[in-house]
Ligand binder design. Structure first.
Ligand code: AMP
Ligand code: ZN
Length: 113
């Protein structure tokens, strides 16, 4: 039920989050448990459980462009950053509302765990 989803509640303003950017059916806010100096989550405001459920390539492109704009605004675009979409259990997804992690402000390691 979308009403029970934590990111739907953030999008509806029902639970607090540190907002970074909004508009065009998308929202960026800071991760509660940051894994890097910049750790922002980018979501579509409408509920989609995972990347597997996102059928509209324009939405997916929009989310990626939105994450890139946030990276610029956060001042990490030139040094670099990472965008991650954990999908389903093997992908490490724990919140089942599609989101992009934008991580930066330190060098990233490869491969991820
Ligand atoms: P994932 O493991 O890819 O599903 O990522 C879920 C992310 O959501 C984790 O990095 C959590 O720290 C983050 N998170 C969970 N609840 C909240 C919340 N209320 N506000 C901000 N970030 C959250
Ligand atoms: Zn949701």
């Amino acid at each position: 039920m979308p009403g029970a989803c934590v990111f739907c509640k953030i999008a509806a303003g029902e639970i607090p989050a540190t907002m970074v950017k909004g508009g065009d059916g998308m929202l960026a806010f800071r991760d509660l448990n940051p894994q890097a100096p910049t750790h922002v989550l980018v979501i579509p405001t409408d509920h989609l459980a995972s990347l597997n459920d996102a059928k509209d390539p324009r939405l997916l492109g929009g989310l990626l462009a939105f994450a890139r704009e946030v990276a610029r605004a956060e001042g990490i675009a030139e040094r670099g950053y990472r965008v991650v979409v954990n999908t389903n259990p093997d992908g490490g997804q724990t919140v089942f509302h599609l989101h992009l992690h934008l991580l930066g402000g330190r060098p990233m390691k490869w491969p991820p765990g």
